[in-house]
Design a protein around this ligand. Sequence first.
Ligand code: 6PG
Length: 471
Amino acid sequence: MTTGTADIGLIGLGTMGAALSANIAEKGFRIAVWNRSPEVTRDFVANAGPLAGRIVPTETLAGLVAAIKPPRAVILLVPAGPIVDQQIALLRPLMAADDLIIDAGNADFHDTDRRTVEAAAQGPHFMGIGVSGGEEGARHGPSIMAGGTDGDWARVAPVLTAVAARYDGTPCAVHMGPGGAGHFVKAVHNGIEYADMQMIAEIYGVLRDGMGQGAAQIAPLFRHWNEGALHSYLIEITAEVAATIDPETGLPLLDVIRDTAGQKGTGRWTAIEAQHLGVAVPAIEAAVAARNLSAALADRQAGEALYGPAPQLLGAGAPTPDVLEQALIAGKILCYAQGFDMLARARQQFSWPLPLPDIARVWRAGCIIRSAMLNDMATALAEDPARNLMLAPHFADHLMRAVPCLRQVVALAALNGLPVPALSAGLAWFDQMRTARSTANMIQGQRDFFGAHGFERVDGTTGQHGPWVRD
Ligand code: 6PG
């Protein structure tokens, strides 16, 4: 095999791959690139401007591998799923046993675990990394959640930390643990992303359908909220989305977008995995369900024709902007608290390091859920990683103030038929979490009555059955 000069290679010059390659080259590394269609590679280099000198275009996979200095590292940025396996199968015979393939797509972490095992048996090394931040992040600094062995992380950390986003100078790139740990953390990130987006959309719905506000009134409200406790990327872009005008019709662009939301699956995986782990993430589940229901357009139209639209919340019955802001603050804290709870459970279950304060830190910049709250979350998790965020004094202070507003919004919405599934799921979770004696004694009684499942007494005696009165 010829010895190349590139520090790293990259396969897949789609939006994310092209942006990440340019970022890597900009940070002073030589990068060899390959794409299935050679024209894409040629165009990429032709448009790379001054970075072209550090980009090595290649037209065959063998050429790509040969262009990289051994031991080689190749980043895959191809669609998640079988294409990743096909790409690995094509690379395997071309690479040496100590070379490394890095899957930087949105892989299901179970696939990453499987590929890690296969790589251990067949070589080359393999690691999966979660990369967040969309095209802009990939180009100028994503948040990177790395899986894989300590040794493989150490090999590629210089490149990955150089290209990552920075928060107060600290790179947002952290090693989460072996195998699928990085992709797992990315999936939870996306679960929180779904819940956060859904809660924002619900408040938008209260403003639009409950209070008759147009996008032009809604945009400045979100812009204002972005200056306070809600300061975050998602609130910022919500204001911009609401402010944009459709050049074709002159209407707000938001008003000409069909109300059915797609998903590539990461939020769904998070909800499914939470069930496997036996951890409650109802705000994330509600967000996934809401995307699924958004697709049922014909049924929703028939439903509204039959039952009528939700009435407007009039006068004093309408929540004030401050109440809506506080409701969203509570909702946001609760959806992060659920996500971190899931990470804490996975940490125990999979025996992965999953450094919770570092996860909060790695999400402070570059990624889609970056938000001002994450710095305080990192502090709270560093104080006590085992404590749920809603019990940390800083967030308890926020919640004491904000939950009554969330309650008001959810109650008004329920009374009037406005759908707020993620906000109400967040509130229901909070109320369960603040109820010392749950109603599961009744569930246990019912289970023992019909199935002799047994129950534990409050004094700790286990294995009791009945005796039940049966008429
Ligand atoms: C990110 C995003 C990004 C993307 C996903 C989710 O962190 O940069 O999560 O990975 O948005 O593809 O998109 P879906 O909404 O299609 O599941």
